[in-house]
Design a protein around this ligand. Sequence first.
Ligand SMILES: NC(=O)C1=CN([C@@H]2O[C@H](COP(=O)(O)OP(=O)(O)OC[C@H]3O[C@@H](n4cnc5c(N)ncnc54)[C@H](OP(=O)(O)O)[C@@H]3O)[C@@H](O)[C@H]2O)C=CC1
Ligand SMILES: CC(=O)C(=O)O
Ligand SMILES: [Mg+2]
Length: 413
Amino acid sequence: MADLRQQALDYHAAPTPGKISVEITTPAETSKDLSLAYSPGVAEPVREIAENPDDVYKYTGKGNTVAVISNGTAILGLGNLGPMASKPVMEGKALLFKRFADINSFDIEVTHNTVEEFISTVANIADSFGGINLEDIKAPECFQIEKALIERCKVPVFHDDQHGTAIVTAAGMINALEIQGKNIKHANIVCMGAGAAAIACMELLIKCGAQREKIYMLDRKGVVHTRRDDLNEYKKLFANNTDKRTLEEAIDGADVFVGVSGPNLLSAEQLKLMAPNPVVFACSNPDPEIKPELAKAARDDVIIATGRSDYPNQVNNVLCFPFIFRGALDVRATKINDEMKIAAVNAIRELTKEPVPEEVLLASGETSLIFGKEYIIPKPMDSRLCARVARAVALAAIESGVAQIELPENYFI
Ligand SMILES: NC(=O)C1=CN([C@@H]2O[C@H](COP(=O)(O)OP(=O)(O)OC[C@H]3O[C@@H](n4cnc5c(N)ncnc54)[C@H](OP(=O)(O)O)[C@@H]3O)[C@@H](O)[C@H]2O)C=CC1
Ligand SMILES: CC(=O)C(=O)O
Ligand SMILES: [Mg+2]
């Protein structure tokens, strides 16, 4: 662990501080090059864009650039550590956009006093980008922020911790329940956490067939129930009319545990109370609600997933956000709607059942990956994800009427 700590610090410090840089895409060597790139030549695209605003997509990088924007109020599961402390994560998201979907991104860390100030800051710069990926903004402010920005911005705005997480959780959950021989419609679900990721995950699981009254959501004060008078409007949607008050009571006989809260909050004893063949998604980063080795030692019928790269079954929004933006940008979608989200769920879910190419096995350090308890969701290094998810999302955008241009010719086929 100490070794990983030092390796991670060295990785971020060298060979240059940070993880991303900006590259030039056109020649800029000679006076002639500069007369095209800068003055006088740059005036020509300026005039064209002033005449026809859509030409910004033709003459600038806007259409392939996403802003990754945070205020550092919910950095992974580490809490509210401020905008600068969030920068390694935001640079990390930019790295993932580039590595997995060839999308350029800038990380922007906003210092603000009021929610309205944050919203105005983002709304005022949004047009510079093809899309806005909001990251690690805590609940409940994140809901108001995302809603206001969707209304005010012409480009798609997507809160990754809500919807990216929900899409990957839904894809993994449907697969895991299928392997365990269970139907999501009948599943008793415990959700540890009642913030950005939790609310969005549960809403999407409901759209995929889960029943609201079978969901027991918990926050720091225990079960979210109808007799509590301290619930915000988002938690109220999950207030269960129940006498259960504690995790022990909620998890007794549950089929599913989704953890999007904090480290080590589920004990082996609590896991043992779950129904036969349970599904446990311990998704808090970097430290899950229960460690896989502890969960597996407690019972051998469990399917366990975490948000981490160093265990099997990585349920992490990296499997979604690069690709959902790839599809949205490529048909210039004005928003990322439910149809596009469900298309992403199905594309991720279905890919898991296909044979895994050798290059993915190599990159994952595995000799075999076959749909089953240890492989419920594709690996991030699976290059087929970009093609499958982006195409499904782009088609859904077109069919649901939010695309502004047609599918590019031979798009990912
Ligand atoms: N694997 C993945 O892809 C992702 C994982 N996550 C993880 O989910 C977690 C939450 O992130 P996010 O939703 O953005 O953050 P938020 O700040 O919006 O929500 C955090 C929620 O967790 C609850 N919580 C925190 N500590 C405890 C505790 N000790 N007992 C019970 N509930 C607790 C909070 O309760 P209260 O409301 O009472 O404060 C709150 O409801 C993080 O660990 C993050 O790493 C998030 C996104 C993606
Ligand atoms: C993965 C991620 O976005 C998070 O843990 O916040
Ligand atoms: Mg996050």
